[in-house]
Ligand binder design. Structure first.
Ligand SMILES: Cc1cc2nc3c(=O)[nH]c(=O)nc-3n(C[C@H](O)[C@H](O)[C@H](O)COP(=O)(O)O)c2cc1C
Length: 188
């Protein structure tokens, strides 16, 4: 697929199946992330690859983070069971992290944007290779217990979880009009 087709037609896929992307497909995804725009080349990114049985450990982490962050008695057994299976919705999950460096010219927001750009590049690279992917988040990703459970430091902020696999079902690309979003400024 050529670059413009991938950029114009990328779509999120929430119904994903096995098998996991191949090693070559994953390498292509990570390499795309490494080409995100990056002020002062700080490389403010880290990617955690979660696959196979590690998804069960990630589900357990989700359930424990939810329990710890909920008011006493408000995290039901039913919810915890549901969270245990959330990571099983895809064979592969990539946690995209902004690895924030101290820099006098590049504030934290720019580094977070750069990590977000890396995530988007990776989404497009997955799509361009015929894979399905969806970027997921949730309030739990802002919890310190989630950060610690994933082995991150306080300067490493979670940007999102990219669920990647084979496409089970796909929606249509929405027909958005460029003119609804673009204004020629300064012409009067
Ligand atoms: C930062 C961020 C967080 C998101 N979190 C979720 C999420 O937790 N669950 C979800 O279903 N979609 C989430 N989305 C939206 C989907 O990834 C997707 O972009 C949206 O459903 C629109 O579909 P499209 O990408 O095919 O246009 C998130 C998107 C972004 C950019």
């Amino acid at each position: 697929m050529d670059a413009i087709s991938a950029l114009h037609n990328r779509i999120s896929v929430n119904l994903l199946d096995s098998p996991a992307p191949t090693k070559d497909q994953l390498d292509n995804i990570f390499k795309a992330g490494l080409r995100a725009c990056d002020h002062k080349n700080l490389r403010p990114w880290k990617f955690l690859l979660i696959q196979g049985d590690a998804r069960h450990a990630f589900g357990k982490l989700m359930a424990s983070v939810k329990e710890k962050s909920s008011p006493a008695g408000e995290c039901s057994e039913e919810l915890k069971t549901k969270l245990l299976s959330k990571p099983l919705r895809a064979p592969t999950i990539i946690t995209v992290v902004a690895d924030i460096k101290v820099h006098d010219k590049v504030p934290e927001i720019e580094q977070i944007l750069s990590a977000g750009a890396a995530a988007q590049m990776m989404m497009t690279a997955a799509f361009a290779q015929g894979l399905g992917a969806i970027w997921r988040s949730g309030s739990m990703m802002f919890e310190t217990t989630m950060q610690e459970g994933l082995g991150l430091t306080k300067d490493q902020k979670i940007i999102g979880f990219l669920y990647i696999g084979q496409i089970k079902a796909c929606k249509k690309v929405p027909d958005l009009k460029v003119s609804d979003f673009v204004e020629v400024w300064g012409s009067n």
